[in-house]
Design a protein around this ligand. Structure first.
Ligand SMILES: [Zn+2]
Ligand SMILES: [Zn+2]
Ligand SMILES: [Zn+2]
Ligand SMILES: [Zn+2]
Length: 299
């Protein structure tokens, strides 16, 4: 994903067993203490992420497929919709015909069963996400934070990309940026585009990773190409400020628009604030920010 060695050297030739590139064997050895966690995960066999019915590869984003807690199967949206068209809605599992769990306790019990008996990465990731957000009646669980951390960590170490990303975010909030970067790296290698933006943001601040605005810009660009609106937003800020990239006010505006059009509510609020600053810097009226984002650019 990034054609630079961890030390910053360009066009590294040597490949580790996990396919990460290094400039030399000496550099590989020097960075082994930080690299080994990532390496171990990337070289262990990944759990398949295919639809249980049609065997299509599932998208990385959790909201784009269904998880069936009875049998820990994953189904793509198309297969679920097809089943509902044929059979109508039912409280039976589409896949194994077991009745759906009737309570949060039943759901959590099923997930814990898969996590314990099979060390199932998907069940572990579901449990991690549930405890992290306090869903399904877990909000008041004592040690909820620690429980979430343990589940996410077990899922991440089994190569589950979104769990690795969530754990990275959590570690960054806990002021552990170097460790966060390791989990972002796993997530990025497992196809989570947002993790590339997060790695770029660490390089931009020199927080947990080497201060390197040019490398941050490259990571934001890769994230944008992979469909992450955070990549567009971060790149817009660099284009607006001239940090790590030649300043380009028109391109900055176009990128702010793209981030706004594709972003969720949180990202949209950040875009409005950043565009106001951008307009102020240009000596223009910041109050036109919302209008500029809402209207398509004149062609
Ligand atoms: Zn190197
Ligand atoms: Zn490696
Ligand atoms: Zn399918
Ligand atoms: Zn089932």
């Amino acid at each position: 994903m990034d054609e630079f060695c961890v030390c910053g050297a360009a066009a590294p030739k040597m490949r580790c067993a996990c396919r990460t590139r290094f400039c030399s064997a000496a550099c590989h050895k020097a960075h082994w203490p930080q690299h080994k966690v990532v390496c171990r995960v990337l070289t262990s066999p990944a759990q398949e992420a295919q639809c249980g019915v049609c065997f299509e590869e599932l998208p990385v984003e959790r909201h784009r497929w269904n998880y069936l807690p009875c049998c820990s199967s994953r189904l793509c949206r198309e297969c679920v919709e097809e089943f509902v068209r044929k059979n109508g809605h039912s409280d039976q599992c589409v896949y194994c015909r077991a009745p759906s769990p009737r309570s949060y306790e039943e759901l959590l019990k099923l997930l814990r069963h898969h996590a314990t008996t099979r060390d199932d990465a998907f069940a572990l990731a579901e449990l991690g996400a549930i405890y992290q957000s306090g869903l399904c009646g877990t909000a008041d669980t004592p040690d909820r934070d620690k429980i979430a951390h343990d589940f996410l960590s077990r899922a991440a170490h089994k190569g589950h990309g979104p769990a690795a990303y969530n754990l990275g975010r959590k570690l960054q909030l806990d002021d552990e940026p170097a460790l966060a970067a390791q989990y972002y790296t796993i997530a990025a290698r497992k196809g989570v585009a947002q993790a590339l933006s997060s790695l770029g943001a660490l390089h931009l601040r020199g927080y947990g990773l080497a201060l390197d605005p040019a490398r941050a810009a490259r990571l934001f660009r890769t994230a944008l190409a992979a469909g992450d609106p955070n990549g567009a937003f971060n790149l817009a800020i660099l284009k607006s400020s001239g940090l790590g990239e030649p300043r380009d006010d028109d391109l900055a505006l176009a990128l702010f628009r793209e981030a706004f059009a594709k972003g969720d509510n949180d990202l949209q609020s950040s875009v409005v604030l950043a565009l106001r600053l951008h307009l102020e810097r240009l000596g223009q009226d910041p109050d036109q920010a919302s209008a500029l984002l809402a209207n398509p650019p004149p062609s």
